[in-house]
Design a protein around this ligand. Structure first.
Ligand SMILES: Nc1ncnc2c1ncn2[C@@H]1O[C@H](COP(=O)(O)OP(=O)(O)OP(=O)(O)O)[C@@H](O)[C@H]1O
Ligand SMILES: Nc1ncnc2c1ncn2[C@@H]1O[C@H](COP(=O)(O)OP(=O)(O)OP(=O)(O)O)[C@@H](O)[C@H]1O
Ligand SMILES: [Mg+2]
Ligand SMILES: [Mg+2]
Lengths: 258, 258
């Protein structure tokens, strides 16, 4: 069965794109068939992989507007088996909402359900703000990975975000489960980072969902996009690469349990 | 005259909220009358200042929905002269768009123009994604401060954001000027941070707008929200406090030149 995972948090800059790309690459390295989707109009994932110039019509905005089928938006990356659906910068995230014929919230889920998708994992990189685009991916997905930077502002935004997820589960997508809460950019040199990690572990509604894996702060992770590559290709023995491979293994071990 | 400044960038996690609060406090310390507004439904600014429980009806969402006047949403902070307009977490950023009677893009600007606002500075903390809420603040403001983290993903998102600003200038708000581009979280210990700062300085469409001030990475800046205070009260002699005071002075020196 194909696991559809949204990487989402309403807090900005917490490693949603970094997690989507590097987790995708680590799952691919472990032999899984993986499709990653850029769901954020700012297009970080698309420009990271060097797809900016060449997407043409084959991108997620045109799928959401009902102009092309989901499978026609898929690009194969040259150097790995990863498949990618990019986004066109020009996509104004609201045009398709106003123009949607029936209910816009379920349009992507319905479109995806009408195709045989031979993937083990489909991972959506979600936008920060809670808006129709984000809702659309949270309805199309069955699971959510929630990156939380170990800083107080990120923690403060994550609690209300969990409430939003419950609202989605109670209304539009009863299947929506939390695959895990992922502490990211953990910096063992600062007391603040350690304090926030402790708070996460002590909060019952967080600790029960937390992955065993922690993504440590690692400057190698900021360098991947400079070379249009994932951490597995730019710095395979870095702590960033190790952490994302450990996360992939932990996620693979979840298979069959959900 | 009152300067209305939006602190905005479509990239998430680049210090928009941190800049709004600490710049606001530094301008207040320099004797200016300052109002800061939480324009992001995730409510980082509101929870940072400990206003979560007590906003009641007096918040920006009800102003945008046309339920209360702008001046009725203003709260005075206990310990400083800063005035604040918080946001209600429950504000769904789209409800007011669908319900707006005339054109939603200009509703906040029109509402603000109908009141005498005795401030030297009104600063809007903007949401990350480019959506109606962000457009509304970019139309209500006359100037934009653009924080850019000295990392490649932030730089990559800032270029298309500048194009969006030009679109706003050409359509909804001909007055909109760039007050400055602010390098933030600069970490002199990493080559990557230095490389990105160099790229910013070498790009003509960026360097001409860059502030002389750079906000250095400083863990003290992450700790302010733990105590519901600005950096000027929690660590007045830290590099974070010095940098935001330098920024305030640079912005004050711009007065009269615009
Ligand atoms: N573990 C890490 N160590 C060091 N830097 C990291 C790590 N993870 C992400 N980063 C860097 O932090 C910044 C934010 O990450 P990223 O852009 O992936 O977050 P995001 O949640 O996708 O942001 P947005 O809200 O804009 O979509 C980027 O510059 C990225 O390179
Ligand atoms: N100069 C700095 N040095 C160290 N940490 C910083 C600095 N500026 C901001 N931070 C921290 O970086 C994180 C992101 O900052 P902040 O939340 O202000 O960004 P934002 O752009 O408002 O994010 P969002 O897109 O979610 O609104 C926060 O945890 C904040 O404490
Ligand atoms: Mg992203
Ligand atoms: Mg913010």
């Amino acid at each position: 069965a194909c696991r559809r995972i949204a990487v989402a948090n309403q807090k900005g800059g917490v490693g949603k794109t970094t997690t989507t790309i590097n987790l995708g690459a680590a799952l691919d390295k472990a032999g899984k068939r993986v499709l990653i989707v850029d769901g954020d109009p700012q297009g970080s994932l698309t420009s990271w992989l060097g797809l900016n110039g060449g997407v043409g019509d084959r991108e997620i905005g045109r799928v959401l507007s009902g102009l092309i089928p989901f499978v026609d938006a898929i690009h194969q990356l040259e150097e790995s088996n990863l498949h990618v659906i990019p986004i066109d910068h020009a996509m104004n995230d609201l045009k398709w909402v106003f123009e949607a014929k029936e209910s816009w919230e379920t349009s992507l889920r319905k479109e995806m359900n009408s195709w045989p998708l031979n993937y083990d994992y489909i991972i959506f990189d979600c936008p920060a703000s809670y808006n129709p685009l984000l809702v659309n991916f949270l309805v199309a997905a069955d699971e959510v990975v929630i990156p939380v930077q170990t800083e107080i502002l990120s923690l403060n935004s994550t609690i209300p975000f969990l409430e939003r997820l419950s609202e989605i589960r109670n209304t539009l997508n009863p299947n929506l489960k939390i695959a895990g809460i992922l502490p990211v950019m953990f910096d063992s040199r600062t007391r603040h980072s350690q304090e926030i990690l402790n708070r996460m572990r002590e909060a019952p509604n967080l600790s029960k969902f937390m992955f065993a894996t922690i993504i440590r702060k690692n400057v190698r992770l900021t360098e991947g996009p400079m070379r249009f590559r994932t951490i597995l290709r730019t710095s395979p023995s870095s702590s960033g690469a190790m952490d994302y491979m450990a996360l992939a293994e932990e996620i693979i071990r979840q298979e069959g349990k959900t």
